[in-house]
Design a protein around this ligand. Structure first.
Ligand SMILES: [Zn+2]
Length: 188
């Protein structure tokens, strides 16, 4: 990780790991891909390695990210998604030219048509978003219970009762707040 930049929050779902490159959306929002270089870093750790990224490609990525955020949030609360945001997701998906390949270890890898094709990587992310929003994959979209976050996440727990986008951050903070409130109650 580059020094001075906030760490990435990587989950198991590509599309929502991508929307989590902007955290604390309802509080003090933290941009985790402020520069093209940081988007390259994120794509590398997410299995979509590119060797370069322009400012225009970063803009395209952020536009896709916000479109996924809006449509996934609408899906989580059973609302109709804005057509403009759906269009952005579809455009990125259509313009991507990545191919899935099977490795000798029987894992899936993405091959981009060229190492400078950030658009191919965005196509994979858009397709991943489509697969979770459409209900094609086993799981349910929900909103994080942290009031300063409210990020849409994909709940794959058996009971579908997960409350936080990320246990290590939002979940922990809530638990600590509850613990402190209980301690105060006990000592008064
Ligand atoms: Zn959260």
């Amino acid at each position: 990780m580059s020094a001075g930049f906030p760490d990435f929050r990587l989950g198991t779902v590509l599309a929502t790991s991508f929307t989590a490159t902007l955290t604390e959306r309802r509080g003090e929002a933290l941009e985790r891909i402020p520069t093209p270089r940081r988007l390259v870093d994120w794509l590398v750790v997410s299995g979509l390695a590119v060797d370069s990224c322009t400012s225009a490609q970063l803009d395209l990525a952020r536009e896709l990210r916000e479109a996924i955020h809006v449509v996934a949030t609408a899906a989580a609360i059973d609302d109709a998604p804005p057509a403009s945001a759906v269009q952005i997701i579809n455009d990125r998906s259509i313009q991507g030219r990545a191919a899935a390949v099977l490795t000798p270890e029987s894992t899936r890898e993405w091959r981009l048509s060229s190492a400078s094709r950030v658009e191919d990587a965005l196509g994979v992310i858009a397709a991943d978003a489509i697969s979770i929003i459409s209900g094609e994959r086993d799981g349910k979209l929900a909103l994080c219970a942290s009031p300063t976050c409210q990020a849409a996440f994909f709940d794959t727990s058996q009971s579908r009762t997960r409350k936080w986008c990320d246990m290590g951050t939002c979940g922990n903070r809530e638990k600590k707040a509850r613990f402190n409130a209980n301690q105060r109650k006990k000592s008064s």
